[in-house]
Design a protein around this ligand. Structure first.
Ligand SMILES: [Zn+2]
Length: 431
């Protein structure tokens, strides 16, 4: 039995808080643009109304208890403990679960890239945790008194396609909440457009997005969010579009509708984008230096935020260096190096000579060296010369090969049609 039956599984943590604060039904207007396209007519249709959070049985522990569902993907370099922290599990439960299950069979199936779904109370008490192994096995833990019980169950999953649209007024995650878009999808959007948009610095009020994504469902309840199939992001009046395509080699990628790759040689931002980091810049007063003055860019972020390699490369330096504190320098092609300073620590395996791939976690934000608060100092050099990574033109990965364009057009037609539908709905709701 899954514990997620306790809540409307479409309820996501921050949204539930918003509902509690604003009253459940004031959100009706905001979801007017929500629609569902269901490729499988037998699957349970998605409702487009927002409901109050109702517990089927009130828990003894939390008489007024709201419960929260969180989803996070296990990243390269993550530990089970760091994943639990991101899932909002409190330290006590996290420590217990690591102790009880750390070496268990269930966790051996947990691989980087796996999406893990946790349900917690407001205090971060863990009620259940699930992740999918293979096509049809849910593995995880249920609360059992003070401890946890391992659970494994076969499930029959169906996939459905959801369409959402949103407008940025304060942050991407606030807009995602309003549009009923799970955090996992908001993060995917930041990844997909991460070669063109630095989501920590470039977002503007009035930016808009449309997104078509999959959701895997078991008996009408979401088990996990699937892949974004197509998306559009209007950033500072510039429109970017993406569609997922599985290439010949089985390696799927996001492309513009004309077949150009969205993947760039370098990510715009070296910082993972998350609900926490997205609002941090506003709270954190960065050390006020311009790029020109100090040859780098500062990103305010909480201690422990993951720092990612912006491009494939080799570790040239990983250690302590004067005012930089704990520092990683990566060497890429064409004489380009990138540097990541003031780190709290290094990801495992990050040492001189190690190869890293784009997006891989190399360390964690800290305040070592000459730093007045936790932030990442990022530098981009060509030869010995510092460049401003915010303005440098970055080469893109290869487009869809000409021989595959016909297949590309057929395979992406439906997703792009759904994106059109989303655009129509969004326009209608704004008028
Ligand atoms: Zn700096």
């Amino acid at each position: 039995m899954i514990l997620t039956h306790r809540l409307d599984p479409r309820r996501w943590s921050a949204k539930a808080r918003i509902l509690a604060a604003a009253g459940a039904f004031s959100l009706f207007g905001m979801v007017a643009a929500v629609a569902t396209v269901d490729p499988n007519p037998n699957a349970v249709p998605t409702r487009t109304v927002v409901e109050a959070l109702v517990l089927e049985h009130p828990s003894e522990r939390q008489p007024t208890g709201e419960v929260f569902a969180h989803e996070e993907r296990l990243a390269q370099g993550d530990t089970f403990a760091s994943l639990l922290a991101r899932l909002g599990v409190n330290g006590q439960d996290a420590a217990r679960l690591v102790r009880e299950a750390g070496n268990g069979r269930a966790l051996r199936a947990l691989r980087p890239g796996t999406t893990v779904r946790a349900v917690t109370t407001e205090d971060g008490e863990l009620l259940s945790l699930r992740f999918l192994v293979g096509k049809d096995t849910l593995v995880g833990f249920d609360r059992d008194g003070p401890g946890f019980r391992a659970v494994q169950e076969k499930v029959e999953l169906t996939s459905r396609v959801l369409i959402r649209s949103g407008e940025i007024r304060s942050s991407l995650f606030a807009a995602a909440d309003e549009a009923d878009v799970p955090d996992a999808v908001a993060s995917q959007l930041a990844d997909i457009f991460g070669g063109d948009i630095d989501f920590h610095r470039d977002l503007r009020k009035g930016d808009r997005f449309l997104v078509v994504f999959e959701q895997l469902v078991h008996e009408g309840r979401p088990v996990r969010t699937g892949r974004v199939l197509a998306a559009e992001f209007v950033n500072n009046k510039k429109t970017f579009r993406a569609v997922w395509f599985d290439g010949e080699d089985g390696e799927g990628n996001y492309y513009a509708p004309d077949g150009k790759s969205l993947r760039k040689a370098f990510l715009r931002s070296p910082l993972e984008f998350s609900r926490v980091t997205s609002g941090f810049a506003m709270r954190f007063h960065p050390i006020l230096q311009t790029w020109r003055k100090h040859n780098g860019i500062d990103y305010g972020a909480p201690v422990g935020t993951r720092v990612r390699a912006t491009a494939n490369g080799v570790v040239e330096f990983a250690g302590v260096q004067g005012g930089y504190g704990k520092l990683v320098i990566l060497r890429h092609g064409n004489g380009i190096t990138t540097a990541y300073a003031h780190l709290n620590g290094f990801a495992s395996g990050i040492q001189r000579g190690a190869r890293v791939s784009q997006g891989e976690t190399i360390g964690y934000v800290g305040a070592t060296g000459w730093a007045t608060g936790p932030h990442l100092h990022y530098e981009f050099r060509v030869g010995d010369e510092h460049r401003n990574p915010l303005t440098i033109a970055l080469p893109a990965a290869d487009p869809v090969p000409p021989g595959q364009m016909a297949k590309f057009r057929t395979a992406t037609a439906e997703s792009l049609a759904q994106l059109e539908l989303a655009r129509g709905l969004a326009l209608a709701s704004r008028e």
